[in-house]
Design a protein around this ligand. Sequence first.
Ligand SMILES: Cc1cc2nc3c(=O)[nH]c(=O)nc-3n(C[C@H](O)[C@H](O)[C@H](O)COP(=O)(O)OP(=O)(O)OC[C@H]3O[C@@H](n4cnc5c(N)ncnc54)[C@H](O)[C@@H]3O)c2cc1C
Length: 412
Amino acid sequence: MSFEADIAVVGGGIVGMAVAERASAEFRDQKIVLLEKEKELASHQSGRNSGVIHSGIYYRPGSLKASLCREGRARLIEFCRAHSVPFEICGKVIVATSNDELPRLQALFERGVQNGLQAELIGAEALRELEPNAAGLRAVHVPEAGIVDYRRVTQALAREFNHRGGEILYGTRVDQISVHDQSAQITTTRGRLSAKRVINCAGLHSDRVCESAGLPAPARIIPFRGEYYDVASRAGTLCKNLIYPVPDPRFPFLGVHFTRMIGGGIECGPNAVLAFAREGYRWNDLNPRDLWETLTYPGFQKLAAKHWKMGLEEWRRSLLKSAFVSALKKLVPKIEPGDLTPRPAGVRAQAITMDGNLVDDFLIESQGRLFHVLNSPSPAATASLAIADFIVNLLKRSSINQPIDHLIRSPA
Ligand SMILES: Cc1cc2nc3c(=O)[nH]c(=O)nc-3n(C[C@H](O)[C@H](O)[C@H](O)COP(=O)(O)OP(=O)(O)OC[C@H]3O[C@@H](n4cnc5c(N)ncnc54)[C@H](O)[C@@H]3O)c2cc1C
């Protein structure tokens, strides 16, 4: 294969597909290709998540996550309506089950108000009316949260992209990018491609794609597996919509929850255990290179030294169903081990800095001909169309033949 394009997008998850679709709408006369290493779209994070349309309550006011989640949620709903992708704005409750969680619940509510949400603090009785089986002292009701199948959203974005002449090259892994005066040369498993702009949206491999282009990634991707159970029987009677715990601000992605799925049924989870491979969906998926790079990364070592107890607790919940069920029982006491059957896991791409901190916000860098999305954890599926607009606006700031001559990091 030898190919020339104006814009090449790496990665056919929801972020890459949204960027390609938005770019095809904005730059109609340009040749745009999307390179995906798998045989289909949304094979990793975008097709293996909780399917929640986040409202934006959790994120620090002023952060990219806060603004792009709100904007992305509105854009996503508009897109689903226009392209007949089923979704539902069913609302969710975030439930405090002990006194020590009440100040955090209050702080979360205030953050929601600051972020412009219509959230409401409710007592135990009002909670029972919304979710008769949820146990809690108080809760925040967030009517704007919803559910959707992000794989279907990604497929609908691909149809729009194809319709405007965009091309998707499946089974094409990007191994290296080198930048020259007139273009960037991309070496793939199927041959070479040259492009004037390259946008790296490679999710679990985004740091490697960035480094293959000679730019040191400011953080390394560490994979954390999130395991789920299906509530096979009694699903509708135990949970009506979405029941969430109060998050620990240090680890906002921890804490198992109940989620009604748009395709039917209720899902419980996810936990967060270190995966032994970037695409390690089961305990015995082990990639020696991935594991070695995780264990020898100073940032991971510092994080593990600080939070090993938390890590062990997540492992216990992964290995012992009874421990997983105890965590669920705090929210819905009637749930029993017999209600649960395992369902496929997902793996989060969490960027961690050299000094052992989780990168909390989305992280996007651009320099020269290259753009890199280096941290796109939850709520990036909700925010995908707004992330795409953000990148397309950066692209528009310089002409296609005149690359940006300095490093732009967002947030700055
Ligand atoms: C367990 C879990 C639950 C979540 N729940 C939610 C939720 O409810 N709501 C929400 O908004 N978000 C949620 N998220 C987050 C959301 O799924 C992600 O933020 C989003 O899917 C990221 O999309 P992406 O396109 O960046 O990455 P991905 O979906 O991982 O896509 C990256 C793509 O790049 C491809 N790729 C990688 N390397 C290369 C290469 N070298 N060459 C070519 N292709 C390459 C991969 O094959 C993949 O298809 C959840 C995530 C997880 C893991």
